[in-house]
Design a protein around this ligand. Structure first.
Ligand code: UD1
Length: 418
């Protein structure tokens, strides 16, 4: 329940990145023994990944922003549909389990609220490394007695496919190169974690990775990098509400294009030793946005930028290149009075001075966060239904909003985990 009109002011702390920690947890499967992660966010997806690892025979102990994962000599090799369907990132266990066990059976996640999300590049990459893969009864089943390094080219710099190939190649026999690899900071974090475990990876952070397989990896301790999408969400929230928010722990260098867009919208962005600050005095100006793989504008911040443009001065074109179904969010924003027309990959947004509060429904994590932000600039009360999606990726979202001065109340409790 959001009452519009408040100006957000103050400090907010950014937690560890969802899209990094889930991959690090899956990567822990590569080494027998106890891996320790710090700066772990308290979000639902970490609980789901913890449960998945437990079902694979691992011991998982959650502490205050930490998780210790003890992996047995021979982990299980099957990830069930009831977990994979709830969290697509469960498929990250594919590469590690294939490398460790020589076989793996992972339920196909199917589509989700943001699009069809194929696995073809994951599978093609593993086949290049010598695996055989089939689909049986809704499961992707892959096996390889010994993975062998090979050159792999990706049609598109898919984050997930790059991860799957790297996570398999680190224990392969020989050298793998991945061309057109994703360069997201989360992937850099994963590669640095693997190197700390003893992997040999060159070209980290570039679009060509070179992985020399090693015989075994050792557990390590690693701090999860700060969540750039959460940091970006707070940055847009500051701009949207004509506020003044310091994002403590936010990495401005991971958000260069996004922060530049906010500057074009009229915000002042400054950085210091602790993070970055976004100050906005006037109504935002409309800004065009095109989502692209990193370092382009992140698709996960597109719903927030669409919201910003919905109340901006002028007309903007927002282009979504990653996930075709992200426009489902537009229908919800329209319920708040936004003037948005979509055509293919493009949305034309004509800004209005204010939105108008109404009941709306969140279909995914980012749309959920963006709808709450939209409620902040809507006259009257906005009820965001199925807000539990936000719990998957944002720790203490409502509490942080209240601390910054928003009039927000959580009505529904968190969704039961199982
Ligand atoms: C990850 C992030 C997600 C982010 C996205 C893009 C996690 C848990 N999720 O998702 O938040 O929005 O990166 O930055 O880290 N594709 C195929 N075939 C494949 C692989 C991908 O067609 O084999 C398509 C997908 O359907 C999608 C696009 O490529 O349309 C991008 O996918 P990808 O980069 O792999 O994103 P994810 O890893 O799924």
């Amino acid at each position: 329940m959001v009452s519009g009109g408040a100006r957000l002011e103050g400090e907010v702390q950014v937690t560890g990145a969802k899209n990094s920690v889930l991959k690090l947890m899956a990567a822990a499967l590569l080494a027998e023994g106890t891996t320790m992660l710090t700066n772990v966010p308290d979000i639902l997806d970490v609980a789901i990944m913890s449960e998945l690892l437990r079902r694979l025979g691992c011991e998982v102990v959650r502490g205050d922003a930490t998780v210790d994962i003890t992996v047995p000599a021979v982990p299980g090799h099957e990830a069930d549909y009831d977990l994979v369907r709830r969290m697509r990132a469960s498929i990250t266990v594919l590469g590690p389990l294939l490398a460790r066990c020589g076989e793996v059976k992972v339920a196909l996640p199917g589509g989700d609220a943001i699009g069809s999300r194929g696995l073809d590049m994951h599978v093609a990459g593993l086949e290049k490394l010598g695996a055989t893969a089939t689909v049986e009864h809704g499961y992707l089943v892959a096996s390889a007695r010994q993975l062998t390094g090979a050159p792999v080219w990706l049609d598109f710099p898919s984050v997930g496919a790059t991860e799957t190939i790297v996570l398999a190649a680190v224990l392969a026999d020989g050298t793998t190169t991945v061309d057109n690899a994703a360069r997201e900071p989360d992937l850099v974090d994963l590669c640095e974690f693997l190197v700390a475990m003893g992997a040999k990876i060159g070209g980290i952070g570039t679009s060509t990775l070179e992985i020399q397989g090693v015989a075994a990896l050792s557990p390590t301790t690693h701090a999860v990098l700060p969540d750039r999408i959460v940091a970006g969400t707070w940055a847009v929230a500051a701009c949207l509400t004509r506020g003044d928010v310091t994002v403590v722990g936010g990495r401005a260098d991971h958000l260069e294009i996004a922060l530049d867009k906010l500057t074009s919208a009229g915000a002042t962005v400054s950085t210091d030793g602790v993070g970055f600050r976004v100050v906005m005095a006037d109504r935002p100006r409309a800004v065009d946005v095109v989502t692209l793989p990193y370092p382009g504008f992140p698709t996960d911040l597109q719903p927030m930028m669409l919201t910003l443009n919905a109340v901006a001065d002028g007309t903007a074109m927002v282009t979504e290149n990653d996930f075709e179904a992200r426009w489902m969010f537009v229908n919800e924003l329209a319920r708040l009075g936004a003037d948005v027309r979509t055509d293919g990959h493009h949305a034309v947004v004509r800004g209005k001075p204010m939105l108008s509060g109404a009941p709306v429904t969140a279909h995914d994590i980012r749309a959920g966060a963006a709808l709450v932000l939209a409620g902040l600039v809507a006259e009257g009360v906005t009820e965001v239904h199925e807000v539990h999606h936000v719990d998957r990726g944002y720790e203490g979202f409502v509490d942080s909003l209240v601390t910054l001065g928003a009039d927000v109340r959580r009505e529904a409790g968190p969704e039961p985990l199982f």
